[in-house]
Design a protein around this ligand. Sequence first.
Ligand code: URA
Length: 210
Amino acid sequence: MLDHLTVVTHPLVQHKLTIMRDKDTSTAGFRQLLREISLLLAYEVTRELEMTTKTIQTPVMEMDAPTLDGKKLALISILRAGNGLMDGILELIPSARVGFVGLYRDEKTLQPVEYYFKVPEDLGDRLVIAVDPMLATGNSSVAAIDKLKAAGATNIRFLCLLAAPEGIKRMKEAHPDVPIVTAAVDECLNDHGYIVPGLGDAGDRMFGTK
Ligand code: URA
């Protein structure tokens, strides 16, 4: 069982994150680093997948070799920035089913507004990994996970790049059964709901918008 919060302190993750935080890093650089880091974070979030063995024949002899036990996975991208994390994970787990939760944050109230929801039908049979680079107030993440549970999900993990203490607290109160995996926990949120020191707006940095 993963802890409620796992911070991935691996040197490669921390190094890449520092470059992503730098405001002078280009859109192309940011995107590439997000892809690379997502592979490393995927390694952590899938650490406790169930295993079984199967009998194979090596060139030398027969052996019972470890293999994933075939439990099904669903990756859920919380749009739009979630897509940047998801692309890399799909390289590692190409057979995963994919879903999308479209939420934007009302800049005044900081409350999530839903505009899209499309997920695999059999969520209850799958390990569901919800991805969003920024766990800020936690409002969007909590709302997305509310929706996933309402759609049948019972085994959910949440993967992000940066988390604020406020968001972690909010998630722990609302969804104590959902482990969070992140590359860093920052200091706080500012008055606009941005993570401090953070990296700015992840979607804008990734897509080159403002
Ligand atoms: N979303 C972002 O993209 N950045 C933040 O700092 C907070 C929420």
